[in-house]
Design a protein around this ligand. Structure first.
Ligand code: PLP
Length: 339
């Protein structure tokens, strides 16, 4: 049994059967102080071919070494491409493993999953509070899927207003997923050169009635704050477009300013960056998306709502862009973010 992992370590471990050393034994019993008894011979096992003979410490060390092959927060952080803001506290894992959360079947009826629904509802409110967006969907499975969901909502909004805008402006500082999401939603990507920080003039030169939205990251991928963002949002709105903010770098803003207050219409959160959840090696993630009031009707279904009878999943949303992920998204990740 051997394995080479991505860190360049060669993890070789012989099978216990290969480590056998005749005469070794894994236990030592005290001298018996009662007469020996002979069990019925039919109960005795015959010779076991090649059964390993090992000391206790051989066995303990063998299994301990094997246990280190499991990747976990004790041996490294959960890596993911360019995402560097990583902190995965173990208390999150503890919360996600609480039986009431971990063993809840996703098809449990609403009246029997009030605790889980309440957690999602409160998390929605918390994300709304820190971002300034009144409506949140927790459903998208990652930042990129949050972008996709946000752009779908922008498209649906324009369509509902009888507009056929088919371009999205994306500055050259954008993360690669931005143009990919826009293209996947059927938009033509209109790149703008930003000189590090996007200028109002650069946006003004390309913003016309063909453009559905500007997609911008703040602070951007160069680590620079988009200092003209408020004026740029005003300009895009004046010309009938919407502004999408890639919220992957929200760490730098949270608690200081709220994207919803400065003119952004849609933003995704990378919970694995700002809210200490894992999302590495292709594992499950969560990329909730927040929207301004006029886009609320387009959120994916179901939406967690609260009424006089308690919490429930609301599917009755005729303008919704539909479902983007199974059930209510990656619930275990939401529990970690809430924690
Ligand atoms: C700026 C930016 N936007 C979007 C994403 C995409 O997020 P995810 O990997 O969760 O899809 C990332 C992730 O690296 C990012 O850094």
């Amino acid at each position: 049994m051997s394995r080479t992992d991505g860190r360049g370590l060669v993890l070789d471990e012989k099978l216990l059967f290969e480590r056998t050393d005749p005469g070794r034994i894994g236990y030592s019993l005290p001298t018996s102080d009662v007469p020996a008894a002979s069990p019925d011979s039919s109960l005795l096992r015959q010779e076991i071919t090649d059964f390993p003979e090992l000391s206790e410490i051989d066995v303990v060390r063998h299994y301990t070494r094997l246990s280190t092959w499991n990747y976990g927060v004790d041996s490294g952080f959960y890596p993911l491409g360019s995402c560097t803001m990583k902190y995965n506290p173990k208390v999150n894992e503890l919360a996600a493993r609480l039986p009431g959360f971990a063993e809840l079947h996703p098809q449990t009826p609403d009246h029997l999953s009030q605790g889980a629904l309440e957690l999602m509802h409160v998390l929605q409110q918390d994300l709304a509070e820190v971002s300034g967006f009144p409506a949140i969907s927790l459903q998208p499975a990652a930042g990129a899927q949050g972008e996709f969901t946000g752009i779908l909502m922008i498209r649906a909004w324009h369509e509902a207003n009888g507009q056929n805008r088919h371009k999205v402006i994306i500055p050259d500082t954008a993360h690669g997923t931005n143009p990919a999401s826009a293209a996947l939603c059927g938009f033509e990507v209109l790149p703008v050169s930003s000189d590090g920080v996007l200028s109002k003039e650069a946006v003004a030169a390309v913003m016309n009635e063909d453009v559905a939205a500007l997609m911008v990251t703040n602070p951007n991928t160069l680590g620079l704050f988009e200092s003209d963002i408020r004026e740029i949002c005003e300009l895009v709105h004046e010309r009938g477009g919407l502004v999408y903010c890639d919220g992957a770098n929200l760490n730098a803003l949270m608690g200081i300013s709220r994207p919803g207050d400065i003119g952004i219409d849609v933003m995704h959160f990378n919970l694995h960056k700002t809210f200490s959840t894992p999302h590495g090696g292709g594992g499950p993630g969560a990329g909730p998306v927040g929207v301004v009031e006029k886009l609320r009707a387009f959120l994916p279904v179901p939406v967690v709502v609260r009424d006089e009878e308690g919490y429930r999943l609301d599917y009755d949303r005729p303008q919704s862009v539909g479902r983007v992920k199974g059930f209510a998204g990656h619930f275990g990740i939401l529990v970690r973010a809430y924690t």
